[in-house]
Design a protein around this ligand. Sequence first.
Ligand SMILES: Cc1ncc(COP(=O)(O)O)c(C=O)c1O
Length: 375
Amino acid sequence: MKLFDVYPLYDVTPVAAQGIEVTDDNGQKYLDFYGGHAVISIGHTHPHYVSSLKEQLDKIGFYSNSIQNPLQRKMANKLGELSGCNDYSLFLCNSGAEANENALKMASFHTGKSKVIAFKNGFHGRTSAAVAATDNPSINAPLNQQQEVSFVALNDFEAFQNTIEGDSFCAVILEPIQGVGGLDEPTTEFFQFVAEKCKEHQVVLIADEVQSGFGRSGKFFAYQHHNIQPDIITIAKGMGNGFPVGGVLIHDSFKASYGLLGTTFGGNHLACAAVLAVLDVMEQEALVQNADALGHYVKSKTSELPEIKNVKGRGLMIGLEFDFEVAALRKALIHNQHMFTGGAKNKNLLRILPALNITKDHIDLLFEGLKKELS
Ligand SMILES: Cc1ncc(COP(=O)(O)O)c(C=O)c1O
């Protein structure tokens, strides 16, 4: 059987990885400044992560959500402690899209309404309501277009106010730092305005932290840079360091009832072991602090490269903007410098999304590679 051909592929076949290094089938090593799309948070094959998963697999890997699974509670407690979100409850699922789908569904259950406000250039996943709230008509099938979503430009106070006052909505969904779109973010004033208007109109505020969460921005959650409190927070990517897992943090003001949400695989024993190992390492290696410090270091290095016209993002979620399209540069970085980097919808933007435990030496190597390719 052939594979359904939806991905344009680089000609690289990774067969092993450790820390920030990925090795291909010819033994060539690459530095991974992309983290498999912001997924690798504590580094590839971290020894604590590997032993936790192996030990868990030897005990029990999976059972459905119809039995007691104390690992879920242990993980939720640790997540609450490290994120400061103790007044939320956790629903576990398997991906970022699924997290957003459930978040939007909760907003709709809670308010009895169905329309959504989302933002231009936003990305929330490829499932029904999540893709409808994504600003990309090419991945929105006629089926998804049945959802009613109003798109507003980021930081456009007037457009947001007119929209939220002009109709009746269940949710506003917002990435605190846009990932796929190209690292644009709401200003603190705009984010606070959105939160205030949501409260005033009883609209649920969803922070999509699928990419920006779990320490990547230099705080546990990126919305925490702005002194606001979302009603719902969605997580995935770095949460499992490659194990497919997602989650929805739902404020305690929302009422749960049996059967309201559900999933077969979400929160299984192996997923919990993976997330617990990620949280252990984040705490032991102070990765939120490291992401913050190295984000500043990356920004300080950009002055060495006049070709970089603009720097976006926070922590280790950084976009380097050039005045040319970066596709050829990314290819050259892979093949000549053996470095993985990311692209974005903004074709002039190079995305840097490495594991949160990289060092200044790695960043220096990235800039040396960039200099060689740009000279
Ligand atoms: C902000 C954001 N939300 C949601 C998603 C969807 O996550 P997944 O691909 O795990 O469904 C992504 C994926 O890139 C994302 O960046």
